[in-house]
Design a protein around this ligand. Structure first.
Ligand code: NAD
Ligand code: UD1
Length: 358
């Protein structure tokens, strides 16, 4: 069976003589968080979600529980609300935290940097303070390949120079550094910094997926909205990059593979490694035109597109060397672009308005 859809393999989630591990997932109602909650429930973990629903809907969690056949605990709490977060830790003790909650729109971060720094950086500070107060010192953090800026070569390894090109990326870099400092001050902290490449696709059931607000910024959600008729055509940002066909090349990674990566990272930090960093990508880059072709094949729909000017801030080529995660976490991405595009289409087709009203 598809590893990402297996429900009920409880062995890995046991510790302390068989007591099940409880994991707090911040931002668990969001795109990557919801898929990770499903994998956690499937692997036998108890799941506690904290999300203020600023970019998600509770319906995602209802569907996660329906798919898993198990319940999770949900608290509609803002991470910036220290007292409310403290109360969650009091009433629902946990063994580890996976921290997804954050704002992620690059353009918005440029026009409203203070909101991004406050939400992302202060949110992480409050979370760590409350974790420390409750002696919970195992943390998996959602970082991003954006911390590599415009890399001088590809594939990208974890020890490449780090550079932020916008406030969103800088907030990730700052949080990575804060977590390093936290471990320097108290070595009992274990932190896994996961640098995602380009998460795409949806759960194969078509019940949970990505539900962006407004017009999508990212390529695959834009393509699926053109295919469903919500948008007239795709704009391809530049065909004069030094790549195979002139369009930008990225490392698209299936969201279910990514979710499984978090379980591996969680298992790894329990062994006490200190601060560890992993690229989560496939190691394979695809161009924009290759993604359009793969999507048309998977969906049977045509995607009209027009070549336009480059998007400011975009880079030519970005893909991972994922060998560290393979070697140390026994994790690799199995789902190729056929599944990424087919599952993205299944989700969009069955939920033309996402989790919203039909
Ligand atoms: P998402 O917006 O779907 O999920 C983030 C969730 O966090 C949302 O449900 C939102 O309501 C919640 N949230 C935000 N601020 C909060 C706060 N102050 N308190 C409580 N909840 C809050 O985004 P996603 O795509 O699932 O991304 C998850 C994480 O992964 C983010 O940190 C993001 O920066 C990072 N990331 C995402 C991508 C990507 O392309 N999707 C790539 C690299 C890294
Ligand atoms: C974007 C973010 C990055 C984030 C990543 C994953 C920017 C500048 N960067 O990167 O910080 O970590 O998403 O969420 O927003 N494209 C089109 N037409 C479109 C949309 C995209 O041609 O309508 C092209 C882009 O030029 C790029 C590729 O498709 O070559 C992928 O774009 P996108 O999905 O936005 O991801 P990134 O640019 O990698």
């Amino acid at each position: 069976m598809d590893e990402g859809t297996r429900i009920g393999s409880y062995s890995r989630a046991q510790h302390d003589g068989g007591r099940s591990m409880r994991i707090l997932v911040t931002g668990g109602a969001g795109y990557i968080g919801s898929h990770t909650c499903l994998e956690l429930l499937g692997a036998g973990y108890e799941v506690v979600v904290v999300d203020n629903l600023c970019n998600s809907k509770e319906e995602s969690l209802r569907r996660v529980q329906e798919l898993a056949g198990r319940n999770l605990e949900f608290y509609k709490v803002d991470l910036l609300d220290k007292q409310a977060l403290h109360a969650v830790f009091e009433s629902s003790p946990v063994n580890a935290v996976i921290h997804f909650a954050g704002l992620k729109a690059v353009g918005e971060s440029v026009t409203d940097p203070l909101r991004y720094y406050h939400n992302n950086v202060t949110g992480a500070l409050v979370l760590c303070e409350i974790m420390g107060r409750h002696k919970v010192k195992n943390l998996v953090f959602s970082s991003s390949a954006t911390v590599y800026g415009d890399p001088s070569e590809v594939p990208i390894k974890e020890d490449f120079p780090l550079f932020a090109t916008n406030p969103y990326g800088r907030s990730k870099l700052i949080i990575e550094e804060i977590l390093q400092d936290l471990h320097r001050a108290d070595e009992t902290w274990n932190v896994s910094l996961l640098r995602y490449f380009n998460p795409v696709g949806a759960h194969p059931s078509g019940r949970i997926g990505e539900d962006p607000n407004g017009i999508p910024n990212n390529l695959l959600p834009y393509i699926t909205q053109v295919a469903i008729g919500r948008l007239p055509e795709l704009f391809v940002f530049g065909d004069d990059y030094p790549t195979r066909d002139g369009t930008g090349v990225r490392d698209y990674v299936h969201v279910v593979d990514l979710a499984v990566g978090h379980i591996r990272a969680l298992e790894n930090i329990i062994s006490g490694p200190g601060v560890v960093t992993y690229n989560l990508g496939t190691g394979q880059g695809y161009s924009v035109l290759e993604m359009i072709a793969a999507f048309e094949k998977a969906s049977g729909k045509r995607v009209p597109y027009k070549i336009v000017a480059r998007r400011p801030g975009d880079i030519a080529s970005c893909y991972a060397d994922p060998s560290k995660a393979e070697d140390e976490l026994a994790w690799s991405a199995h789902r190729g672009i056929d599944k990424m595009t087919a599952h993205a289409w299944h989700w969009q087709h069955d939920n033309p308005n996402g989790y919203g009203e039909p």
